[in-house]
Design a protein around this ligand. Structure first.
Ligand code: SAH
Ligand code: SF4
Length: 355
């Protein structure tokens, strides 16, 4: 639990003996000023002390470690919940834009074969407040670093957001309504949980949707993404079409480029055949090394091949961008979040030549 599991009404109930304006002061303190209870110095001392002692207003996390990469522009926090679960949150700054990558679950049950979070298995669902508090931690840091307002939130950390739909959606609403982040700056990434995509399609708050595709035929996708056996590509595409039709928003497809597995011209043609009718944008991410991926012989595509993929897609009428590889040296890049200090060692042991 986190103090951000309490919205305005719950705070009012907790502080029912205080006048309404005090409740508003506390609410604004938490959500607008991003303050800890002890920092609310405009409140009477007695109330501040009471807030500091209330178990439901405690912080959700103990900060176990902070790692820094990319000359200070990528930060990764290892956070521990009160019941001892570890999650990771990554803040990235690129030129004048900041993006925080937050976790939606401790671990992940989806078991994708190239992802460290999948290797680590499922811990538990995060509460809405635990998801929001990661954003608050990042926004506070942006402020203290003088990086300006936090720009974007991507639910691309540990876990599958649409397998924790209620909490994720409550968190997204709080980010928008209470933290003041525009919906177009919020992105949910899914491995293809079809019922979740359909539910998103019915929402009026229009966040961005990224679908982690990685393969454009069921044979290969069954191997890379076990969930494909439950929700095969045709079903995922149908749900994407429904999302596009009802929201009018462009979907993006995430594609982790794996050497000789999904980076050939035939892969580009298959991907283009899915992306073009939807008007989807493709994000090409050179596969980041993980112990599980390495043990299966997966290697990231060479830069030249990623560029070729981009060019082949363009010839087929599909726009693709190449995602910058941020935070690799601190295992903060896509798919490397495992909340486990031994990951670096495991990776080095498996591939001594890797960076
Ligand atoms: N579970 C969600 C969101 C978290 S994973 C999802 O799968 O979409 C965030 C992104 O990192 C996804 O696009 C995922 O496919 C990608 N990813 C996972 N492992 C990776 C790796 N080893 N290298 C590059 N990208 C990876
Ligand atoms: Fe889970 Fe996403 Fe990793 Fe797959 S890629 S195991 S869905 S976090």
């Amino acid at each position: 639990m986190s103090r951000y599991d309490l919205g305005r009404e719950e705070l009012a109930a907790l502080l029912c003996d205080e006048p309404a304006y005090r409740v508003s002061q506390v609410f604004d303190g938490f959500y607008r000023r991003l303050a800890e209870p002890g920092e609310l110095t405009d409140l009477p001392r007695a109330l501040r002390d009471r807030l500091e002692l209330a178990p439901s207003l405690a912080s959700a996390f103990r900060r176990v470690a902070e790692s820094v990469a990319d000359r200070g522009s990528t930060l990764k926090w290892l956070l521990e919940t009160s019941d001892g679960k570890r999650i990771e949150t990554v803040l990235m700054r690129y030129r004048d834009r900041t993006t925080v990558c937050v976790s939606s679950q401790a671990g992940c049950a989806m078991g994708c074969s190239f992802c460290a979070t999948g290797d680590a298995g499922f811990g538990r669902q995060l509460s809405a407040g635990e998801i929001v508090e990661q954003v608050v931690i990042a926004a506070r840091r942006c402020r203290s670093e003088r990086w300006g307002q936090l720009g974007n939130v991507v639910l691309m950390g540990m876990g599958e957001p649409l397998a924790n739909f209620e909490a994720v959606w409550t968190a997204v609403q709080a980010m928008n309504r209470d933290l003041g982040l525009a919906a177009r700056h919020l992105t949910i990434s899914t491995v293809g949980v079809v019922p979740g995509i359909r539910r998103l399609a019915g929402k009026t708050l229009q966040v961005n949707l990224a679908v982690s595709l990685h393969a454009a035929n069921d044979v290969l996708r069954d191997q890379l993404v076990p969930l494909n056996r439950r929700y095969p590509l045709a079903m995922v595409m149908e749900a994407c079409e429904q999302y596009r039709a009802s929201t009018g928003r462009r979907i993006s497809f995430e594609w982790a480029c794996i050497e000789d597995v999904n980076d050939r011209s035939s892969d580009a043609s298959e991907l283009a055949a899915l992306a073009r009718p939807l008007g989807a944008h493709v994000n090409l991410i050179p596969l980041n090394p993980t112990p599980g991926g390495l043990s299966r012989g997966f290697r990231g595509s060479a830069r030249s091949r990623v560029l070729s993929l981009q060019a082949w897609l363009k010839e087929s009428g599909v726009n693709a961008t190449i995602r910058q590889n941020r935070g690799r040296s601190i295992d903060a890049a896509c798919g490397q979040l495992a909340a486990c200090g031994s990951l670096v060692a495991a990776r080095r042991a498996a591939a001594p030549e890797s960076p």
